[in-house]
Design a protein around this ligand. Structure first.
Ligand code: HEC
Length: 130
């Protein structure tokens, strides 16, 4: 009986990994801090994930979103991370997104995530002041 249960659990886990989708990855890797809804938690200095539109208007802002530690350091492949960010943008930011937005690609993520930000809030403020 125990063996059967173990096989069932492993089968479900493997199936889940093979069919990983960006919403599930968001729930697994981002929700712990950003909540189900992506809303801000000011007391914990967690920003809203609904205000990325203005950041995405400059190349620096587009990079910033990938460089924040919670994103760049997440234990996810470049491809899955690109899909999660594109999911966050499409689901939480569609109202403020510029019409010419191009989705993140895995190659782009791979290059940018190597440049991890140590002082995200300072960088964010500088980008939005430009
Ligand atoms: C351990 C908590 C934590 C996790 C997990 C986390 N984040 Fe964050 N995130 C933060 C904090 C805190 C900030 C504010 C910048 C900083 O201090 O790093 C932030 C900033 C951001 C920003 C920049 C928003 C802005 O307007 O400045 C984005 C985008 C983001 N996170 C997306 C994600 C995504 C996508 C994931 C999952 C792959 C994720 N985060 C996982 C805590 C987390």
């Amino acid at each position: 009986m125990q063996k059967f249960l173990l096989v069932a659990i492993l089968t479900i886990a493997a199936g889940g990994a093979a069919q990983s989708d960006p919403h599930t990855d968001y729930l697994l890797y981002c929700r712990g801090c950003h909540l189900h809804s992506g809303e801000a938690i000011p007391d914990a200095h967690i920003p809203s994930l609904h205000e990325l539109g203005p950041l995405l208007e400059s190349p620096e802002g587009r990079e910033y979103i990938v460089r924040v530690p919670g994103v760049s350091q997440t234990p996810m492949s470049d491809k899955r991370l690109a899909a999660v960010l594109n999911w966050v943008i499409a689901n939480f930011n569609i109202d403020t997104l510029a019409g010419n937005f191009k989705p993140y690609t895995a190659d782009e993520i791979g290059l940018i995530r190597q440049k991890v930000l140590v002082d995200p809030l300072k960088t964010r403020a500088a980008i939005l002041k430009q």
